[in-house]
Design a binder for this molecule. Structure first.
Ligand SMILES: Cc1cc2nc3c(=O)[nH]c(=O)nc-3n(C[C@H](O)[C@H](O)[C@H](O)COP(=O)(O)OP(=O)(O)OC[C@H]3O[C@@H](n4cnc5c(N)ncnc54)[C@H](O)[C@@H]3O)c2cc1C
Length: 388
């Protein structure tokens, strides 16, 4: 692309916006991130990054940072909800050799801090909630809720599941409650049985619910995610503090390990999320605007691919800007390279709950569904995937 300074505005400074910012800078551009929050922040929770995303982050120079701040699971276990009996185990020892990068688990706040540092906080405008985005003859005009304005040639909307840009330009429908609820907490490892801080994911699965743990932050903390079902999401807030006793009631009669985990959750450490879904979109680009991450393809967390697919988007976007002769061509390359892959991940992830939380966990053991390996999810390489 000619190096006429192309002004790229990124709306949203989450994992997607920040990674896109880093990728565009490495491609020679100077994007500005506009973030609604006054400060970068993340919830107290863990996150897993699969090799498809880690390949991308390593290419952006974050390899050492990830190796320093993450744990690598050696095994991913599935246990029977009641008996605690092992049903399946995916061995992850060969992940680097097989897929070309590690499978990492880390604290979300650590990942955010690493991304902010790599992008440079100086290029972020905080407290900037986008209110309007209009295209005119000279490009894009951004208007913010506090009256500020900015101009850009291209806008990348990384403003999350409830993206206002998506709603205004691509899809006016509301996100729909999926019937799935996530409960998350970080628990000090010394409150838990020793096996909770071994380098492994421990997933107890039963009809309509499951509970996963894995260690983060040098194994000082254990991340707990429980996924349950509910007919409706009545609360106004889509994430809320919850009491461990509510979770204990939902998991009554489960294996001793599950009991011990729920019993160890500090009173103020549990959060409950209503999980919302949106239909896949046929287009992610309109004029000078492109969607990225959850704004484009939110998915249920059963395959741990929401952030990983968002990172794939960002890495490919940077390569498209480096390869194209002009910005609109870069957006066309990006959409062509990404829409099918993300749609596939979205569909598989949304089916994941029904597979994992089947009525009979033994049926899953005897007839295992295609997992991430079999589906080829980890083999994808955003650094090498062909651009149109
Ligand atoms: C329970 C649960 C567990 C998960 N676990 C995993 C996992 O292990 N691995 C994984 O890969 N994924 C996981 N995910 C998914 C992952 O968290 C998301 O896919 C990812 O965070 C999406 O990043 P994003 O940047 O697109 O959106 P977000 O993280 O939502 O960021 C959007 C940003 O835009 C800002 N914003 C919004 N509106 C405006 C506006 N008008 N103006 C300016 N800024 C705005 C917001 O403040 C926010 O900072 C999980 C999700 C859930 C719910």
């Amino acid at each position: 692309m000619t190096r006429e300074p192309v002004k790229v505005a990124i709306i949203g400074g989450g994992i997607g916006g920040l990674t896109a910012g880093i990728a565009l800078r490495r491609a020679g551009f100077e994007p500005v991130i506009y973030e609604r929050a006054e400060e970068f922040g993340e919830v107290g929770a863990g996150i897993s990054l699969s090799p498809n995303a880690v390949k991308g982050l390593e290419a952006l120079g974050l390899g050492d940072f990830l190796a320093r701040t993450s744990n690598e699971p050696l095994d991913q276990f599935l246990f029977h909800w009641k008996t605690g009996e092992e049903l399946l185990c995916y061995d992850r020892r060969e992940t680097r050799q097989v897929y070309g990068a590690a499978y990492y688990q880390l604290h979300r706040a650590d990942l955010m801090a690493g991304l902010v540092e790599a992008f440079g906080p100086g290029n972020c405008v905080m407290g900037a909630a986008l209110a309007r985005l209009d295209e005119d003859a000279d490009g894009m005009r951004l208007a913010f809720a506090d009256g500020r304005e900015a101009r850009a040639d291209i806008a990348i909307a990384a403003d999350g599941l409830r993206s206002g840009v998506r709603e205004r330009l691509f899809d006016s429908s509301e996100p729909r409650f999926s019937g799935h609820v996530a409960w998350r907490a970080l628990i000090p490892a010394d409150r838990l049985p020793a096996r909770a801080s071994e380098p492994a994911s421990i997933n107890h699965i039963g009809p309509g619910r499951n509970l996963v743990t894995y260690p983060v932050r040098g194994r000082q903390l254990v991340n707990m995610v429980a996924l349950t079902r509910s007919d409706e999401w009545a609360e106004e807030s889509w994430n809320a503090r919850a009491r461990p006793a509510e979770l204990a009631a939902l998991f009554e009669g489960w294996a001793d390990y599950v009991d011990a985990v729920i019993g160890a959750i500090p009173q103020d450490a549990l959060y409950r999320w209503g999980l919302f879904v949106r239909e896949p979109l046929a287009r992610w680009v309109k004029g000078r605007v492109a969607l990225l991450g959850d704004a484009a393809h939110p998915m249920l967390p059963y395959m741990g691919q929401g952030a990983s697919s968002t990172i794939e988007d960002a890495v490919v976007l940077g390569r498209c800007f480096a390869a194209a002769t002009e910005p609109l061509e870069a957006l066309r390359f990006y959409e062509a390279a990404r829409i099918e892959r993300a749609g596939f991940l979205q569909a598989e992830s949304n089916l994941g709950g029904d597979r994992l939380q089947a009525l009979d966990p033994y049926a899953l053991r005897d007839n295992p569904p295609q997992n991430e390996d079999a589906l080829g999810i980890f083999s994808y390489d955003p650094v090498r995937v062909e651009l149109a």
